[in-house]
Design a protein around this ligand. Sequence first.
Ligand code: 5GP
Length: 197
Amino acid sequence: MKLLEQMVKNDGKIYSGNVLKVDSFINHQINAKLMMDMAKSFYDYFKEEKITKILTIESSGIAPAILVASLFDVPMIFAKKSRPITLDHNSFYSAEVHSYTKNITNTIIVSKDFLSKEDRVLIIDDFLANGQAVLGLSQLVNQSKGKVVGAGILIEKSFQNGRKYLEDNGIKVCSLCRISSLENENIEFNIADDEIR
Ligand code: 5GP
């Protein structure tokens, strides 16, 4: 998506460890019009897939995921990073996810009430780095015996191994912006998935 690339180029900030900050339009302040356009791109890409649920992880995935869910007219579920005391141990699916930016491992959970074997699930997240978040979310769906139809990603860092890791695990990835390099304070791009079809 050309507009997203432009905004990443103009307003993205590069930090050590190949972390890109996009706080001015995605991760803190949100450009609502851009977010809606991105949601529409995911809708166009996955519209034939008979999706029944959108799944993301709190908190940055929630904004894009809810817009995508609204377009598909299906519920959006966000996996929680801590278990509320109201959920007992047998009532949720769980997976371990190592956070790329925080360097900690979280147990993510979704209540068994909200995923089932009839579900065809589209996973949405803001960034793809090593694929841990999406893989953890897909494990929750697998535990419910539902099917992961694919993963919609706003910004993929293609120089990291997330896409290969997910594709090796049978997950189709659609990224709206694919960064090939963040070296020397310069952002370079690969062609995005929504532009090749
Ligand atoms: P992965 O699980 O693919 O290794 O990393 C993806 C997760 O880590 C995303 O949910 C995202 O929140 C966070 N993340 C990874 N890389 C970046 C980055 O460069 N910038 C930001 N803002 N978040 C990132």
